[in-house]
Design a protein around this ligand. Structure first.
Ligand SMILES: NC(=O)c1ccc[n+]([C@@H]2O[C@H](COP(=O)([O-])OP(=O)(O)OC[C@H]3O[C@@H](n4cnc5c(N)ncnc54)[C@H](O)[C@@H]3O)[C@@H](O)[C@H]2O)c1
Length: 321
């Protein structure tokens, strides 16, 4: 088992990063969270506040000297910081370059000058653009349809080059949309926010027939740590998704039901895509993960319903813009 002695988690106060932190602490690792709290929450780490193995550094991944200082002593880096808003790049065309690509370069260069030799990277199914093979395997050409996807693909490429030059072990995971406790952005939050503003009508971006997979964060974290223990290639790439998928109209119905609302009229904005760069179908082939013994256990529907209940119980997660 490849248990990090000391791990640095960028974005460790975020939705997924904080679950990585919990898991590392449960394994007995020392953990350094590196986060600027722009979209992360102190409350995500509240359960570990008294844990002497956790150190929280409030810092920006664009600040290389600060990142290098924080990384000293870490053997493994989980790079989970990003601009995780896949739509942001349409209006702010620098954001993915800075927050995703340059930040990833900073992480790699800090690894070059410290002792950290293993990198786990949160990549995305968006690197496939609009593929024409489903479920989509890892080894197809990556043709970009969004700046977010392009920034993640660029990050993966730099990771491979740094691995070659400096002998790093790297694992890149291409995620579908994740759901579960501490979820704070994405379609479920969007729907709940709209329903709070108007419980009679729900606007759905696109025609609602977009088909997507969703992965519960607990299944995803189990997959990441299994691959960390078992992956043989020094430069691994794994899809992390669900065998199943559902369409956006079904998600809307589940959110409405769990929110206890009735007679909500659904208004679709039309078109196959919800926004520029949205892929109408996201369904990844997870055979590589299955070969190392992983499979998702939590059905999409129960994951979405539990996420809605979690959000209703934790309204602070709605404060995100
Ligand atoms: N959530 C998903 O469904 C999903 C899907 C595919 C890929 N990903 C990727 O997984 C990772 C985690 O996503 P998430 O959903 O937990 O997002 P999140 O926004 O909840 O977490 C990101 C964290 O990074 C921190 N951060 C942002 N910019 C920073 C900066 N410049 N310096 C320091 N800290 C900074 C934020 O404060 C936050 O705590 C991201 O890389 C994201 O692109 C997420």
């Amino acid at each position: 088992m490849n248990i990090p002695k000391t791990a640095l988690v960028t974005g460790g106060a975020g939705f997924i990063g904080s679950h990585v932190v919990d898991h590392l602490l449960s394994l007995g690792s020392e953990v350094i969270v590196y986060d600027n709290f722009s979209t992360g929450y102190q409350i995500n780490l509240a359960g570990q506040a008294a844990n002497p193995k956790l150190r929280i550094v409030r810092g920006d991944t664009l600040d290389l000297p600060s990142l290098e200082t924080a990384m000293k002593g870490a053997d493994t880096v989980f790079h989970f910081q990003a601009n995780a808003d896949v739509r942001g790049g349409i209006k702010q065309t620098r954001i993915d370059l800075e927050q995703n690509t340059i930040s990833t370069w900073n992480v790699l260069d800090a690894m070059r000058t410290t002792d950290a030799k293993t990198l786990v990277f949160a990549s995305s199914a968006t690197v496939y653009g609009e593929p024409d093979i489903f479920p989509t395997p890892e080894n197809i050409p990556l043709i970009q349809t969004s700046l977010y996807g392009a920034s993640k693909a660029a990050g993966e490429c730099m990771i491979q080059a740094y691995a070659e030059y400096f002998g790093l072990r790297t694992l890149c995971f291409r995620f579908v949309s994740w759901i579960g406790p501490r979820y704070s952005h994405g379609v479920v939050v969007d729907f709940l926010k709209k329903l709070r503003a108007n419980p009679q009508e729900l606007e759905i971006l696109g025609d609602g027939n977009q088909q997507k997979s969703y992965l519960d964060v607990r299944d995803g974290i189990a997959g990441i740590f299994l691959a960390l223990a078992k992956a043989e290639s020094p430069k691994s790439i794994f899809n992390l998704g669900h065998d199943d998928f559902i369409n956006v109209l079904e998600v809307a119905r589940m959110v409405i039901e769990e929110a206890g609302l009735k007679d909500v009229s659904l208004r679709t904005t039309g078109g196959k895509r919800g926004w520029l760069g949205d892929s109408p179908t996201v369904h990844l082939d997870t055979e590589r993960m299955k070969q190392i013994g992983w499979a998702p256990k939590i059905p999409i529907e129960s994951g979405i319903r539990a996420t809605v209940r979690h959000l209703i119980e934790n309204p602070a997660l709605f404060t995100r813009g």
